[in-house]
Write a protein that binds this ligand. Sequence first.
Ligand SMILES: Cc1cc2nc3c(=O)[nH]c(=O)nc-3n(C[C@H](O)[C@H](O)[C@H](O)COP(=O)(O)O)c2cc1C
Length: 320
Amino acid sequence: MIHTKLTERFSLKHPIISAPMAFAATGKLASAVSDAGGLGLIGGGYGNLEWIKQQFSMVDPSQVGCGLITWKIEDNLGVLEEVLNLKPRAFFLSFGNPKVYAKQIKDSNIPLICQVQTLEDARNALACGADIIVAQGCEAGGHGEKRSTLTLVPEVADLIANQYPQVLLCAAGGIADGRGLAAALMLGADGVVIGSRFWASKEANVFPDMHNAAVASTGDNTIRTKVMDIVRHIDWPERYTARVLKNDFTDRWHNNLEQLIENSEVEAQKWQQAWEIGDPKKSNTFVGEAAGIINEICSVDTIIHNISNQAEKLLGRQWE
Ligand SMILES: Cc1cc2nc3c(=O)[nH]c(=O)nc-3n(C[C@H](O)[C@H](O)[C@H](O)COP(=O)(O)O)c2cc1C
């Protein structure tokens, strides 16, 4: 067993948190992660309350947390309060300034996890009272930014060690096996937040063709882009892009965003139809560079077992 400050504080068997992936991270996925000894998070994403409540109805909220996309909360302020009333195990904010919402979450006695993409974001989240900082590198699947995990994690680790030693740190972005977990701990993290590897699990809400496309891909086949947000009419702040599998759609539009905007009505319809049937050729498969080290779709239990066994061996001793 690998014991860290994260396993201690949250009474976990493994220092592994599953990312609150919009659409994919259902109650089923989150509770499977918690049952296997990690901390599972429901992907509250853009704040569809009906969906979030449905997922919570399937889980023990004292065992699973929830995430929301920070910049989107202001469009629907009631959602934050409703989710807090469900008393999740932890609350995860990412993509935007947590300042306005941090007090409300902390006042509810729910641990606040803030995912950050830069050192400056980390400074801000720490000043807001985050209990866990997640340093997310650009290898990550889904939305993110430009810094890489290998340098962002130790930089944030130093900041925390010097100024906020009570705060925990997790690494995110590109971690999908025991090598990644061991490396993250060596970089100064207390644990990891894993998205893509859990997305590629039997419990995730993902269409089989998208799973198959990811398993057949290498890390080279992914790209950070804005094309999908243009056709979905989701107004993401300029700084964020999302990592998806390359396909004809990204080839056609990634370097022609203005033209895509001009054609967005027609393209949106085609994209949406493909998304609804999980067609990886005509819509986008959200997965990270870790696609290159994900070779099969397995159960959450197997994933966690394999990651932690491999990490223990690599770290060269049994962690007590
Ligand atoms: C399919 C998918 C959807 C995601 N959706 C969200 C989301 O809604 N909110 C969020 O904070 N992060 C989201 N992320 C990013 C994760 O929080 C995390 O940073 C990332 O998955 C870590 O990198 P990895 O994919 O290499 O494990 C998503 C990631 C993936 C793969």
